[in-house]
Design a protein around this ligand. Structure first.
Ligand code: ADP
Ligand code: ADP
Length: 230
Protein backbone atom coordinates (compact mmCIF):
# COMPACT_ATOMS: atom_id res chain seq x y z
CA UNK A 1 0.00 0.00 0.00
CA UNK A 2 1.26 3.45 -0.89
CA UNK A 3 2.04 5.86 1.94
CA UNK A 4 2.04 8.77 -0.52
CA UNK A 5 0.00 8.74 -3.69
CA UNK A 6 -0.12 11.49 -6.33
CA UNK A 7 -2.73 11.05 -9.03
CA UNK A 8 -2.85 13.32 -12.07
CA UNK A 9 -1.20 16.11 -10.11
CA UNK A 10 -0.52 19.38 -11.90
CA UNK A 11 0.41 22.87 -10.86
CA UNK A 12 0.11 26.02 -12.92
CA UNK A 13 1.10 29.17 -11.05
CA UNK A 14 -1.10 32.28 -11.37
CA UNK A 15 1.37 33.81 -13.86
CA UNK A 16 0.74 30.87 -16.21
CA UNK A 17 3.91 28.88 -15.49
CA UNK A 18 3.18 25.17 -15.49
CA UNK A 19 5.58 23.76 -12.90
CA UNK A 20 4.20 20.21 -12.72
CA UNK A 21 2.19 18.36 -15.36
CA UNK A 22 -0.07 15.33 -14.84
CA UNK A 23 2.13 13.55 -12.31
CA UNK A 24 1.34 10.04 -11.06
CA UNK A 25 3.60 8.74 -8.32
CA UNK A 26 3.12 6.24 -5.50
CA UNK A 27 5.64 5.95 -2.68
CA UNK A 28 5.49 2.82 -0.54
CA UNK A 29 5.76 2.84 3.24
CA UNK A 30 9.43 2.89 4.20
CA UNK A 31 10.53 3.69 0.68
CA UNK A 32 12.95 6.48 -0.27
CA UNK A 33 12.14 8.09 -3.60
CA UNK A 34 14.40 10.77 -5.02
CA UNK A 35 13.10 13.45 -7.40
CA UNK A 36 15.94 14.53 -9.64
CA UNK A 37 16.23 16.83 -12.62
CA UNK A 38 17.47 20.22 -13.78
CA UNK A 39 16.70 23.43 -11.95
CA UNK A 40 13.14 24.64 -12.53
CA UNK A 41 11.62 21.28 -13.51
CA UNK A 42 9.08 21.25 -10.70
CA UNK A 43 10.75 19.20 -7.95
CA UNK A 44 10.26 21.69 -5.10
CA UNK A 45 6.74 22.49 -6.23
CA UNK A 46 5.93 18.78 -6.00
CA UNK A 47 7.29 18.53 -2.45
CA UNK A 48 5.42 21.64 -1.38
CA UNK A 49 2.18 20.22 -2.74
CA UNK A 50 2.66 16.99 -0.76
CA UNK A 51 3.21 19.19 2.28
CA UNK A 52 0.17 21.30 1.46
CA UNK A 53 2.27 24.46 1.28
CA UNK A 54 1.00 24.80 -2.32
CA UNK A 55 -2.37 23.70 -3.63
CA UNK A 56 -2.37 21.60 -6.82
CA UNK A 57 -4.29 22.90 -9.82
CA UNK A 58 -5.30 19.38 -10.82
CA UNK A 59 -5.25 15.91 -9.30
CA UNK A 60 -5.17 14.54 -5.79
CA UNK A 61 -2.51 13.79 -3.19
CA UNK A 62 -3.09 11.25 -0.47
CA UNK A 63 -1.01 10.42 2.58
CA UNK A 64 -1.87 7.07 4.12
CA UNK A 65 -5.10 7.05 2.15
CA UNK A 66 -6.28 10.53 3.14
CA UNK A 67 -6.48 13.52 0.82
CA UNK A 68 -4.06 16.16 2.10
CA UNK A 69 -6.33 19.03 1.02
CA UNK A 70 -9.10 17.78 3.29
CA UNK A 71 -6.77 17.45 6.30
CA UNK A 72 -6.17 19.88 9.08
CA UNK A 73 -2.78 21.51 8.33
CA UNK A 74 -1.68 21.08 11.94
CA UNK A 75 -2.45 17.36 11.88
CA UNK A 76 -0.52 17.13 8.62
CA UNK A 77 2.53 18.71 10.29
CA UNK A 78 2.63 15.78 12.67
CA UNK A 79 2.63 13.34 9.80
CA UNK A 80 5.22 15.08 7.67
CA UNK A 81 8.69 16.25 8.64
CA UNK A 82 10.19 18.81 6.25
CA UNK A 83 13.91 19.45 5.77
CA UNK A 84 15.15 22.20 3.46
CA UNK A 85 18.59 23.30 2.31
CA UNK A 86 18.73 26.48 4.37
CA UNK A 87 17.39 25.04 7.59
CA UNK A 88 15.51 27.83 9.33
CA UNK A 89 16.92 27.53 12.82
CA UNK A 90 16.07 30.25 15.32
CA UNK A 91 19.39 32.14 15.50
CA UNK A 92 18.91 33.38 19.06
CA UNK A 93 18.04 29.97 20.45
CA UNK A 94 20.49 27.28 21.41
CA UNK A 95 20.49 23.98 19.48
CA UNK A 96 18.62 22.30 22.31
CA UNK A 97 15.87 24.94 22.30
CA UNK A 98 15.59 24.76 18.51
CA UNK A 99 14.93 21.02 18.69
CA UNK A 100 12.59 21.39 21.70
CA UNK A 101 10.21 23.65 19.77
CA UNK A 102 8.16 20.83 18.28
CA UNK A 103 7.73 18.74 21.46
CA UNK A 104 6.70 21.93 23.29
CA UNK A 105 4.16 22.72 20.54
CA UNK A 106 2.81 19.20 20.96
CA UNK A 107 2.20 19.93 24.63
CA UNK A 108 5.16 18.21 26.28
CA UNK A 109 6.54 19.60 29.53
CA UNK A 110 9.88 21.43 29.31
CA UNK A 111 11.68 18.53 30.99
CA UNK A 112 10.22 15.95 28.61
CA UNK A 113 10.83 18.19 25.60
CA UNK A 114 14.47 18.61 26.62
CA UNK A 115 14.89 14.87 27.06
CA UNK A 116 13.34 14.31 23.64
CA UNK A 117 15.62 16.96 22.10
CA UNK A 118 18.70 15.26 23.53
CA UNK A 119 17.53 11.88 22.26
CA UNK A 120 17.03 13.36 18.78
CA UNK A 121 20.45 15.01 18.84
CA UNK A 122 22.08 11.66 19.60
CA UNK A 123 20.02 10.05 16.84
CA UNK A 124 21.45 12.42 14.21
CA UNK A 125 24.98 12.18 15.59
CA UNK A 126 25.27 15.44 17.52
CA UNK A 127 26.94 15.01 20.87
CA UNK A 128 24.66 16.55 23.50
CA UNK A 129 27.46 17.62 25.86
CA UNK A 130 29.22 19.49 23.10
CA UNK A 131 26.41 20.97 21.04
CA UNK A 132 23.19 21.33 23.07
CA UNK A 133 24.17 24.76 24.42
CA UNK A 134 25.60 26.16 21.18
CA UNK A 135 23.89 28.69 18.95
CA UNK A 136 23.29 27.90 15.25
CA UNK A 137 26.12 30.24 14.10
CA UNK A 138 28.54 28.14 16.15
CA UNK A 139 27.85 25.07 14.03
CA UNK A 140 29.25 23.92 10.72
CA UNK A 141 26.93 23.62 7.73
CA UNK A 142 26.74 19.86 8.15
CA UNK A 143 25.90 20.19 11.83
CA UNK A 144 23.12 22.66 11.07
CA UNK A 145 21.61 20.15 8.65
CA UNK A 146 21.74 17.53 11.41
CA UNK A 147 19.80 19.88 13.67
CA UNK A 148 17.30 20.36 10.83
CA UNK A 149 16.83 16.60 10.52
CA UNK A 150 16.50 16.26 14.32
CA UNK A 151 13.79 18.90 14.35
CA UNK A 152 11.98 17.30 11.41
CA UNK A 153 11.95 13.98 13.30
CA UNK A 154 10.74 15.52 16.55
CA UNK A 155 7.04 14.79 16.05
CA UNK A 156 7.97 11.25 14.96
CA UNK A 157 6.28 11.67 11.57
CA UNK A 158 6.00 8.62 9.29
CA UNK A 159 6.89 10.79 6.30
CA UNK A 160 9.93 12.99 5.68
CA UNK A 161 10.18 15.43 2.78
CA UNK A 162 13.65 16.76 2.08
CA UNK A 163 14.54 19.49 -0.40
CA UNK A 164 18.27 19.49 -1.23
CA UNK A 165 19.01 18.57 2.40
CA UNK A 166 22.75 18.15 1.80
CA UNK A 167 23.10 20.82 -0.88
CA UNK A 168 24.89 23.36 1.30
CA UNK A 169 27.59 21.09 2.73
CA UNK A 170 30.95 20.31 1.22
CA UNK A 171 31.28 17.09 -0.83
CA UNK A 172 33.15 15.01 1.75
CA UNK A 173 30.72 15.82 4.55
CA UNK A 174 27.83 15.32 2.14
CA UNK A 175 28.69 11.67 1.49
CA UNK A 176 28.95 11.03 5.21
CA UNK A 177 25.58 12.67 5.87
CA UNK A 178 24.01 10.68 3.02
CA UNK A 179 25.25 7.40 4.46
CA UNK A 180 24.22 8.26 7.99
CA UNK A 181 20.83 9.43 6.85
CA UNK A 182 20.23 6.20 4.92
CA UNK A 183 21.07 4.17 7.99
CA UNK A 184 18.73 6.29 10.12
CA UNK A 185 15.94 6.10 7.56
CA UNK A 186 16.11 2.31 7.42
CA UNK A 187 16.30 1.99 11.17
CA UNK A 188 13.27 4.23 11.70
CA UNK A 189 11.34 2.99 8.65
CA UNK A 190 10.49 6.48 7.43
CA UNK A 191 8.90 7.08 4.07
CA UNK A 192 11.02 9.71 2.34
CA UNK A 193 10.69 11.89 -0.73
CA UNK A 194 13.89 13.77 -1.39
CA UNK A 195 14.70 16.41 -4.00
CA UNK A 196 18.14 16.88 -5.48
CA UNK A 197 19.70 18.11 -8.71
CA UNK A 198 22.66 15.79 -8.09
CA UNK A 199 22.24 12.56 -10.06
CA UNK A 200 25.00 10.83 -8.05
CA UNK A 201 23.13 11.57 -4.85
CA UNK A 202 19.89 10.32 -6.41
CA UNK A 203 21.40 7.02 -7.50
CA UNK A 204 23.23 6.59 -4.22
CA UNK A 205 20.23 7.18 -1.99
CA UNK A 206 17.05 6.34 -3.86
CA UNK A 207 15.20 3.04 -3.63
CA UNK A 208 13.63 4.53 -6.74
CA UNK A 209 14.48 7.63 -8.68
CA UNK A 210 11.96 9.87 -10.45
CA UNK A 211 13.66 11.83 -13.23
CA UNK A 212 11.85 15.08 -14.03
CA UNK A 213 12.18 16.89 -17.33
CA UNK A 214 11.66 20.57 -18.02
CA UNK A 215 7.99 21.47 -17.92
CA UNK A 216 7.34 19.36 -14.83
CA UNK A 217 6.92 16.05 -16.61
CA UNK A 218 8.04 12.74 -15.21
CA UNK A 219 10.53 11.42 -17.76
CA UNK A 220 11.60 8.19 -16.02
CA UNK A 221 10.84 6.31 -12.85
CA UNK A 222 12.74 3.28 -11.65
CA UNK A 223 15.34 1.78 -9.36
CA UNK A 224 18.88 3.10 -9.77
CA UNK A 225 19.83 -0.20 -11.43
CA UNK A 226 16.98 0.12 -13.92
CA UNK A 227 17.87 3.71 -14.75
CA UNK A 228 21.53 2.86 -15.21
CA UNK A 229 20.57 -0.12 -17.36
CA UNK A 230 22.14 -2.71 -15.09
P1 ADP B 1 12.85 22.88 -9.06
O1 ADP B 1 12.60 22.60 -7.62
O2 ADP B 1 12.89 21.65 -9.90
O3 ADP B 1 14.05 23.76 -9.28
P2 ADP B 1 10.46 24.53 -8.88
O4 ADP B 1 9.37 23.62 -8.48
O5 ADP B 1 11.06 25.41 -7.86
O6 ADP B 1 11.59 23.69 -9.64
O7 ADP B 1 9.93 25.44 -10.08
C1 ADP B 1 9.26 24.91 -11.21
C2 ADP B 1 8.86 26.04 -12.16
O8 ADP B 1 7.86 26.82 -11.52
C3 ADP B 1 9.98 26.98 -12.51
O9 ADP B 1 9.78 27.41 -13.84
C4 ADP B 1 9.79 28.13 -11.54
O10 ADP B 1 10.30 29.32 -12.08
C5 ADP B 1 8.29 28.18 -11.41
N1 ADP B 1 7.85 28.70 -10.12
C6 ADP B 1 8.19 28.27 -8.87
N2 ADP B 1 7.54 28.97 -7.93
C7 ADP B 1 6.76 29.87 -8.59
C8 ADP B 1 5.84 30.88 -8.18
N3 ADP B 1 5.58 31.10 -6.90
N4 ADP B 1 5.23 31.61 -9.15
C9 ADP B 1 5.47 31.39 -10.46
N5 ADP B 1 6.32 30.44 -10.92
C10 ADP B 1 6.95 29.69 -9.99
P1 ADP C 1 32.14 20.55 8.66
O1 ADP C 1 33.31 19.92 7.96
O2 ADP C 1 31.30 19.57 9.45
O3 ADP C 1 31.29 21.44 7.78
P2 ADP C 1 33.54 22.87 9.75
O4 ADP C 1 34.88 22.71 9.11
O5 ADP C 1 32.64 23.93 9.28
O6 ADP C 1 32.80 21.45 9.81
O7 ADP C 1 33.75 23.05 11.33
C1 ADP C 1 34.63 22.22 12.03
C2 ADP C 1 34.35 22.32 13.51
O8 ADP C 1 34.41 23.69 13.98
C3 ADP C 1 32.98 21.81 13.87
O9 ADP C 1 33.09 20.95 14.97
C4 ADP C 1 32.20 23.05 14.22
O10 ADP C 1 31.30 22.81 15.27
C5 ADP C 1 33.25 24.00 14.70
N1 ADP C 1 32.83 25.37 14.39
C6 ADP C 1 32.56 25.88 13.17
N2 ADP C 1 32.21 27.17 13.25
C7 ADP C 1 32.24 27.49 14.57
C8 ADP C 1 31.98 28.67 15.34
N3 ADP C 1 31.59 29.81 14.74
N4 ADP C 1 32.10 28.62 16.67
C9 ADP C 1 32.47 27.48 17.27
N5 ADP C 1 32.75 26.34 16.62
C10 ADP C 1 32.64 26.34 15.30
Amino acid sequence: PAMIRLTGVGKTYPDGTTAVHDLDLAVGAGELVVLVGPSGCGKSTTLKMINRLIEPTTGTIEIDGRDVMSQDPVALRREIGYVIQQVGLFPHQRVEANVMTVPLLLGESRATARERAHELMELVGLDVETYARRYPHQLSGGQRQRVGVARALAANPPVLLMDEPFGAVDPVVRVRLQDEFLRLQRELGKTVVMVTHDIDEAVRMGDRVAVFATGGRLAQLGTPAELLGR
